[in-house]
Write a protein that binds this ligand. Structure first.
Ligand code: SF4
Length: 360
């Protein structure tokens, strides 16, 4: 176990009653000296909000970028992924709860400086670093310092987040990122309130901000939970909102839930539900819609929205046929495919390779 060293933070203010409010996310935790926020990794110490997980990770792994999931951002390339502990949401269906719900700092086995992470990514040929596993919003200072070190080496940065972040912190956080996969967990306030103790509106604001005011490449993921967020009506509303507010080029991933954490009594998502969601998205004008967490090569692959030509064939995380030209256009009809592409795909394949930072 590595000792907690409080790291000073920027997004907070003092309240008249003497407490200090963290302004990183809409929870707006108002804390007395010595208290921790809901995420448990930020707290009030010395009259300020500090971060307790700076420089400490729950582990590193080199993954295919498709695993984040990002299907339109440097396909086939390896991404160095890491997370810390804690989360600012309390999702009952969390699929990563051992890290995100941890209040035990002893899961933070690896100590790694921002520079050390960037150098490890470079050494291992990673094209990007992903801030993932738990929500990077809560370790914003560590993520942004690491992202800066990465950019200096030409390595890009990827956020995997629920987008539950306040405006000031949002600007700083996403200014460091090149791509984001944001969880759109459902499309009703009731879902967010009952299952995540949160609110949908700030997430939608984050998505609109990302599209309107940044150049961050954006993809969305929705974990479909049987009986909770998978009705035709909710999916239709969600997809219509995405096309109207974010445009047709934002890829949507519909992924399968597996019983976990506090939702062990709900069955896994049937593959037919994922295919139905994908069909609804396509019918509503979403150009790129995917199924995830199931074996479905058709639902995993990318097709030209203009002529239907197969652009990127996928089987789990393995790439097959490549139908884009060197400029990222359909080789059959010349229509550009939205995303960040290079003349050739990467060749990392489906491997995930855990990395011990000490030996990195
Ligand atoms: S980041 Fe953590 S401490 Fe800050 S408001 Fe959100 S939950 Fe509270």
């Amino acid at each position: 176990m590595i000792a907690s060293t409080p790291f000073p933070t920027r997004f907070w203010h003092r309240l008249e009653d003497g407490r200090v409010q963290c302004d990183v996310c809409p929870r707006a935790c108002a804390l007395h000296e010595g208290q921790r926020g809901l995420c448990f990794v930020r707290g009030c110490e010395g009259g300020e909000i500090v971060l307790y997980t700076y420089g400490r990770s729950s582990g590193f792994c080199i993954d295919p970028i498709e695993k984040k999931p990002l299907n339109h951002f440097l396909p086939g390339t390896p991404v160095l992924s890491f997370g810390t502990a804690g989360c600012n949401l309390t999702c009952r269906f969390c699929q990563n709860w051992d890290m995100s719900k941890s209040r035990e700092m002893d899961i933070l086995a690896s100590e790694a400086s921002p520079q050390g992470i960037a150098e490890a990514a470079e050494r291992h040929g990673c094209r990007s670093v992903a801030y993932t596993y738990n929500d990077p919003v809560i370790f914003l200072e560590y993520a942004c310092d690491t992202a800066e070190a990465c950019r200096a080496l030409g390595i890009r940065n990827v956020a995997v987040t629920a987008g539950y972040i306040s405006p000031g912190a949002r600007e700083q956080f996403f200014s460091c990122m090149d791509a984001a996969n944001v969880d759109l967990k459902g499309f009703t306030e009731a879902f967010y309130k009952r299952l995540c103790s949160a609110s949908l509106a700030p997430v939608l604001e984050t998505l609109e901000y990302l599209k309107a005011e940044t150049s961050v490449w954006l993809e969305l993921t929705t974990l479909l939970i049987p009986g909770e967020n998978d009705s035709d009506a909710e999916l239709e509303q969600m997809c219509a909102w995405v096309v109207e507010h974010l445009g047709p080029d934002v890829p949507m991933h519909f992924s399968a839930f597996h019983p976990d954490y506090k939702m062990l009594d709900v069955p896994p998502t049937p593959p037919a539900t994922l295919r139905r969601a994908r069909r609804i998205a396509l019918e509503h004008g979403v150009r790129y819609a995917y199924t995830g967490n199931v074996h479905d090569s058709e639902g995993d692959s990318t097709y030209c929205h203009a002529c239907g030509h197969l652009l990127i064939e996928r089987d789990w995380y393995r790439l097959g046929r490549w139908g884009l030209d060197a400029q990222g256009r359909c080789e059959a009809c010349g229509t550009p495919c939205a995303g960040v592409f290079e003349p050739r795909p990467g060749d990392w394949g489906p491997r995930s390779l855990p990395l011990a930072m000490g030996k990195a």
